[in-house]
Ligand binder design. Structure first.
Ligand code: AMP
Ligand code: ZN
Length: 460
């Protein structure tokens, strides 16, 4: 089976073949660590987690590199505003990012380089660009001269005027051309800086990713990912820097970009006050619900996040977990990932189709009669879930999860009330039995009578 990916560089779907047989190098732009991750930041993490899992199934060696941008002017501004040391802020935010992404079931990358640990390599790359005539020093800055790169603008498909307008360049009299961008800038004594041939300063954002991807994956590598918003200028500039520093050798071969995520049809922004953090969402829903909701839209489509998105995802996951729960303790038979799921994922990560196929596997499990049929159907459903990073919970635990802030009923107390209701029913006191059921429902506990046994779950 072939993997097909939409390549932003060629604007078409292409069959993916790695540079070296059976080995894949894959880089994704990671977070700038100055604040908690919002749900938009989680989109590339989850989309590329699905790709990572898929690549690992089809290629013997996959190296997934996702960086941490821990030097950036947004970080300096946030630390000053909070009165916190920069190192503390980046450490705390990185840890929160790891916790949040783990809660969403995202596998950690193989390598997670930090920009501050690669400054020497950035300085060396900038020096090489100057030496080769692609960059110049002006007023304590080093700038990349875009006019020296004939292919500049190829990834984003922008013309020169759009490039200049899109670069949103501040008026900088030292630039030869308004589209030139910063590789190195001077640092005042109170902000982070490193010694360099051009004085004490810090790197521009784009050179960080060119340096870190090259350091772990080589000059030319297979896949580079990130959100659509990064196509220009970030990725365009990464290509310019890397190709020019490496004598025109190609940089990433396949460029994969996820679409943007809006909340209630609006762009998330601090000024509107609609920034939805992953942390907040995880109080309202389980990680798998957020993950299911995210993957319900194809990664290249824009995604409009609303309360309804979570409700629908929860309903669908409940149905899958119900099938597993009803199958009881039947041991699942090891199964390959069902064809329908794998074919959907290999077709440019068609997660919506893969998720619908899960529903079919759950119905098959519901219909299974013999132990052998159940073991087989359960194995298939679990294997398919694992391919998507779903159905990783014990079904009982799934249904007993509580949103934060709701008064939590103790499980023993619930069992006690169920026993009382059973007693009432045996005594044909249906009024009392219904009263207990309704009282539990009012607290969000739903009862289901099945095969002489009553099981409960939380409605939230
Ligand atoms: P940042 O920390 O802003 O550099 O972003 C980290 C990653 O999140 C990048 O790949 C961005 O493209 C992506 N990203 C940020 N906001 C959104 C959004 N609203 N929708 C989708 N992706 C986003
Ligand atoms: Zn990057």
């Amino acid at each position: 089976m072939e993997l097909v990916l939409y390549n932003t560089l060629t604007r078409k779907k292409e069959v993916f073949t790695p540079l070296r047989p059976d080995e894949v190098g894959f880089y994704v732009c990671g977070p700038t660590v100055y604040d908690l991750a919002h749900i938009g930041n989680a989109r590339p993490v989850l989309v590329f987690d699905v790709l990572y899992r898929l690549l690992k199934r089809h290629f013997a060696q996959v190296t997934y590199v996702r960086n941490i941008t821990d030097v950036d002017d947004k970080i300096n501004a946030a630390a000053a505003e909070k009165g916190e040391a920069i190192g503390e802020l980046t450490k705390r935010t990185t840890q929160a990012f790891h916790e949040d992404m783990a809660a969403l079931g995202a596998l950690p990358p193989d390598i997670e380089p930090r920009a501050t640990e690669h400054i020497a390599a950035m300085v060396a790359m900038i020096a090489r660009l100057i030496e080769k005539g692609h960059a110049y020093v002006a007023d304590g800055h080093v700038l990349f001269e875009v006019g020296t790169m004939p292919d500049y603008g190829r990834l984003s498909g922008k013309n020169r005027d759009e490039l200049i307008a899109g670069a949103r360049v501040e008026i900088a009299p030292y630039k030869k051309d308004p589209a030139d961008f910063v590789l190195w800038k001077p640092s005042d004594p109170e902000i982070p800086g490193w010694e360099s041939p051009w004085g004490r300063g810090r790197p521009g954002w784009h050179i960080e990713c060119s340096t870190m991807s090259g350091a772990y994956l080589g000059e030319t590598f297979d896949i580079h990912g990130g959100g659509r918003d990064l196509v220009f200028p970030h990725h365009e500039n990464e290509i310019a820097q890397s190709c020019c520093a490496h004598d025109g050798k190609p940089f990433a071969r396949y460029w994969v970009h996820n679409g943007f995520l809006n909340v209630n049809s609006e762009k998330m922004s601090k000024s509107i006050g609609n920034v939805l953090t992953v942390r907040t969402l995880l109080q309202q829903a389980q990680g798998e619900t957020v993950r299911f909701a995210m993957l319900s839209t194809h990664y290249r489509q824009p995604l409009n996040w609303s309360d309804e998105t979570l409700v629908q995802a929860k309903e669908k996951l409940d149905r899958l977990y119900t099938a597993l729960r009803q199958a009881g303790d039947v041991p699942s038979k090891d199964a390959a990932i069902p064809e329908a799921i794998e074919a959907a994922l290999l077709d440019d990560l068609h997660t919506p189709e893969a998720l619908s196929a899960l529903a079919g596997l759950a119905s098959a499990l519901n219909k299974a009669e013999t132990e052998a049929e159940k073991a087989d159907a359960k194995g298939k459903l679990l294997a398919a879930g694992a391919a998507l990073g779903l159905l990783q919970q014990d079904p009982e635990a799934w249904f007993r999860w509580w949103p934060a802030g709701e008064t939590q009923l103790d499980a023993t107390e619930i069992e006690r009330l169920i026993a009382l209701r059973d007693k009432a029913r045996m005594a044909k006191d249906f009024k009392e039995a219904d009263r207990i059921r309704d009282a539990l429902a009012a607290k969000g506990i739903l009862l289901e009578d099945r095969g002489g046994k009553t099981i409960w779950r939380h409605a939230g």
